[in-house]
Design a protein around this ligand. Structure first.
Ligand SMILES: Nc1ncnc2c1ncn2[C@@H]1O[C@H](COP(=O)(O)OP(=O)(O)OP(=O)(O)O)[C@@H](O)[C@H]1O
Ligand SMILES: [Mg+2]
Length: 197
């Protein structure tokens, strides 16, 4: 069994894509967000930042148990999706896909969800800086880490790209970290002030 980690800023489509992938491969999905809510791993709610503080210890222990149970089954892939993927042990990282989304489209997606502007801006800032990749890059071992732009792509097309990466059917250079650079783009457009005040 291989482990696929799907990470990315909230709103980039991790849950949507992970579930769509189930149509094409013999896999199961562990959604870290759902796990936290289902098992009640929320310690407290930060009203100001509209964010839940989670009990990481409990989550890690539970995740490990779940993974060990899945390993005993006959599935080919276990997809673990969530934006706080830094809690996933490195031994469970066979492939890491980070979903990216242009700041303007991310704004639309997060606004639709009813997030307040402060929270939207925080998320957009971390997307512009490509923060999700930092944790994986900081690891000693070089991990198979790729980024996919979801901005103008249909769910099916994004799944197809992931399947192509899994099967080695693509020029992997197109998906390396650094290819997607919102910071350069908005800076060239003189729009930095819009996002970083
Ligand atoms: N490729 C896409 N094109 C357009 N809309 C999309 C795409 N992928 C996802 N969406 C929409 O964007 C919203 C966010 O998607 P989703 O909930 O899958 O994101 P997420 O990364 O799992 O977020 P979170 O980290 O908060 O769980 C949903 O309304 C979804 O329908
Ligand atoms: Mg989600």
């Amino acid at each position: 069994m291989k482990f696929i980690i799907i990470s990315g800023t909230p709103g980039t489509g991790k849950t949507t894509i992970s579930n769509n992938l189930l149509k094409y491969i013999n896999a199961k999905v562990i959604s870290l967000n759902e796990l936290v809510i289902e098992r009640n791993f929320v310690l407290e709610y930060d009203q100001e930042r509209e964010t839940s503080i989670i009990d990481e210890k409990k989550l890690i222990k539970n995740l490990d148990k779940m993974i060990k149970n899945y390993v005993k089954t006959s599935i080919d892939y276990l997809i673990i999706e969530g934006h706080f993927s830094d809690i996933i042990p490195e031994k469970y990282m066979d492939l890491i896909i980070i979903l990216r989304c242009h700041p303007d489209e991310l704004f639309v997606r997060l606004k639709k969800r009813g997030y307040m502007n402060k929270k939207i801006l925080e998320n957009i800032q971390s997307e512009i800086l490509g923060s999700c990749a930092n944790y994986f890059i900081s690891k000693e071992r070089e991990l198979p880490l790729y980024e996919i732009d979801t901005t103008n792509s249909k769910i099916k097309e994004i799944s197809k790209k992931i399947l192509d990466i899994i099967n080695g059917n693509v020029d992997i250079n197109d998906y390396l970290i650094g290819e997607i650079d919102w910071l350069e783009e908005i800076s060239n457009q003189d729009r930095l002030n819009e996002f970083f005040k």
